[in-house]
Design a protein around this ligand. Sequence first.
Ligand SMILES: Cc1cc2nc3c(=O)[nH]c(=O)nc-3n(C[C@H](O)[C@H](O)[C@H](O)COP(=O)(O)O)c2cc1C
Length: 399
Amino acid sequence: MQIIEKKMIEVTNNIFCARVIANNVRSDFFYNKPVDTSYNSYLVKGKKNALIGVVHNDCCKEFFSILEDTIPVSDIDYLVMNCTGTEYSDSINEILNRNPNIQVVGTIPAIKNLKEITNVKFNEHITKNGDVLDLGGKTIEFMVAPCLPWQDTMITYVSEDKAVFSGRLFSSNYVSEDIFDTDYDGYKTALEDYYKHIFLPYGGFVKKALNLIKSKNTEFIITSNGAVIKNNIIQKINDYLKLAKTNDTAEVAVFCPKHYKNTLKIANVIADTLKKCHINVCIYDVCNISENTINAMNSAKAVIFGTPTINKNAAKEIWHLLSELDAVNAKNKPYFVFGSYGWSGEGTELVHRYLLQLRLKPFAKPVSTVFTPSETDINDISEYTRRFAESIENNWKEN
Ligand SMILES: Cc1cc2nc3c(=O)[nH]c(=O)nc-3n(C[C@H](O)[C@H](O)[C@H](O)COP(=O)(O)O)c2cc1C
């Protein structure tokens, strides 16, 4: 990480952003793809003072230098933690060093996590939904909004300024001169990318949080990374809501590395049978895994995985794909596994057990052929698939 800029900016009347801009950040959900981003922590000044959020430990020095130019940490009464992801909490220890009397404010799970993250004793102030903290001239209301993306998250609202502090929601790796969302196109691309990396499995929770924000008279949405939103707020909330809606893909998605010819033959039999049962199905080649393939796996109503056995294991392409499985939302999703093997056949069973452990819903034991699928194998696989089609259709009728 290289620090590019540090600045204290007044967002609105007595709400300041201590903003550190950093390049080449590899952290959190962006380990594989270094990003440029800004870490934002906010000082809310009333008769008492609150700091909302802290920054990454690697830019701690810069953060404290701009913060203490404005206020000594010993004069801050509350540290409000909307989210506790380690990236957003690992500089708390330094705050506690400088001000051991500060009250740390968070939900029950947030306080529990922070105890384990900091490993020091601190003054805890647990908040419940609807609680209010009166700073004198500034009133902070707490709205519990879990799974954004950790289970301990909340959103805070300062009524005097109609300002929602949304934590990682609406955040982006977007860096510009202006802290506000003035370059809308640039900001939108960054916002969508951030959403895909972090919130995709949590669409239901995002929708609930957006409804909480909609229930407030809002002029600012103030984020932990990237821009502060102040233009066309309602439009921006509605755009964000669209991100939270799931994609339309095939009802049943079949995944198979297409260069494995015997396994591919089985995949074709399965897809043909499902089509005859009037089920919308698509085969995805997992030799090159695209975003489209991952989306299909995570949004299909049922999933089918094909693998040969190679050296007592499943094909590595299938494991690669499965590393992208959205385990948060896959519970009870119907599945089965198929493949061809030569003598021991562990591949299909290993994938089957993996999916079982992630609590997907197995249709039956895997279906396999020894080497080339014979006429009898093909008939058996068709029959197996027909029964699978029946079972998922019954399941869909029930739900
Ligand atoms: C490098 C290699 C390793 C293999 N290892 C196993 C194995 O450990 N156990 C097994 O049952 N079959 C093994 N096989 C046999 C394949 O699973 C078998 O040829 C199968 O029909 C391949 O199907 P495909 O055409 O879909 O790749 C191996 C094949 C190759 C080429």
